[in-house]
Design a protein around this ligand. Structure first.
Ligand code: ADP
Ligand code: MG
Length: 338
């Protein structure tokens, strides 16, 4: 995996690390007593998202290892009532490709969500580390995302924030299951679009109707799957701009290409499904349930060419996803602190 962060990103990460470490001492005494009574919070930070810090914890009774997601109330949209009822619903959601929420606790300035622990890392991290990687393997990953989404959508829950950092492998094993995390939380957060607009060149997983302000229903999640599928097969994102306006224009025009250099060996079935997912009009876009029956997903395509070198090249030569993600995360985290 490449660690060629540019100086700007390095600086941000260093700054972030400092901010976060300073925070830690204050934090331990701040955990609500109900949380402390039931779970032991570990020191280790599992990850940092745009809105939350995630740590490992252990259920004191069952000894089960879990994750605790700490969201500062600063970033939660006004109404606490909405939060409570929404979160209540989310704890009832259980599926093999969804990270379950076990418990929710509150303090004056944070909400603590206890979830399944995923130890296998984020989606793209794992792909880049892999030696071989085929279309069939990509199809298997996309199928798991679609199964989770079809379930959420059947409960009328729209995820709204499907992106690689919210897709985690359950274990480090080769054949580990992929799980969707963070479902239903995005609407609790204020100015969700701000995340998108903070950094130039942020990979946009967001659907055009969200940017246009004309829609935010279930189809937005399928668009994001389209962006992820495109990226899984090529190593770079379909939409790009020199700055934020250009990126948004590119998304809103829904114009993307299958550049021959990267897409020459990719099956026509894969491109067809991407086209059905990255369909501008949300009412014409394929649904999760329909996509699960697509020929590319059901595995009738037989493309076992090793994509790993290509995808790695895409990652390195193009919009170096990891550093972009890291920069955005750091920027947003810094914003939480001021
Ligand atoms: P945010 O909503 O702020 O983006 P996330 O829920 O995506 O926060 O968590 C941030 C990071 O923490 C993730 O990208 C992942 O690396 C790590 N993480 C989140 N949930 C878990 C979990 N259940 N198990 C292990 N690591 C997790
Ligand atoms: Mg997240």
């Amino acid at each position: 995996m490449s660690h060629h962060h540019n100086p700007f990103v390095k600086k941000l990460l260093a700054l972030f690390k400092k901010t976060h470490e300073d925070d830690k001492d204050k934090e331990s005494s701040k955990y609500p007593s109900a949380l402390n009574a039931k779970y032991e919070i570990g020191e280790k930070t599992l990850g940092v998202g745009s809105f939350a810090v995630v740590k490992e914890c252990t259920n004191r009774i069952t000894n089960e290892k879990c994750a605790v997601k700490i969201i500062l109330k600063k970033v939660i949209a006004g109404k606490q009532q909405m939060l409570d009822s929404e979160l209540d619903i989310l704890t009832k959601v259980h599926h093999e490709h969804i990270v379950s929420m076990h418990d929710i606790f509150e303090s004056n300035d944070a909400v603590y969500i206890i979830t399944d622990l995923c130890t296998g890392g984020e989606l793209f991290q794992r792909i880049v580390e892999r030696g071989t990687y085929t279309e069939a393997m990509a199809a298997d990953l996309v199928r798991q995302i679609l199964e989770g989404l079809a379930y959420l959508h059947s409960l009328d829950i729209v995820h709204r924030d499907i992106k690689p950092e919210n897709l985690l492998f359950k274990t480090p094993e080769e054949d580990a299951e992929l799980l969707i995390t963070d479902f239903g939380l995005s609407k609790l957060l204020k100015n969700n679009n701000e995340v998108l607009t903070t950094a130039c060149g942020t990979p946009g997983y967001v659907a055009p109707e969200v940017l246009l302000g004309t829609g935010h229903g279930k189809p937005v999640d399928l668009w994001s799957v389209g962006v992820i599928m495109y990226t899984l097969l090529s190593g770079y994102t379909p939409f790009y701009g020199e700055d934020q306006n250009e990126l948004f224009d590119s998304i809103m025009k829904a114009e993307y290409e299958f550049d021959e250099e990267y897409w020459g060996d990719i099956s026509i079935e894969a491109k067809n499904l991407i086209n059905k997912l990255l369909t501008f009009n949300p009412t014409e876009r394929i649904t999760a349930e329909e996509a699960l029956h697509d020929i590319w997903i059901t595995g009738e395509t037989d493309n076992d060419i090793n994509l790993a070198p290509n995808v790695r090249k895409g990652f390195n030569n193009r919009r170096t996803l990891r550093s972009i993600v890291a920069a955005v995360t750091a920027i947003n985290k810094l914003k939480l602190e001021d």
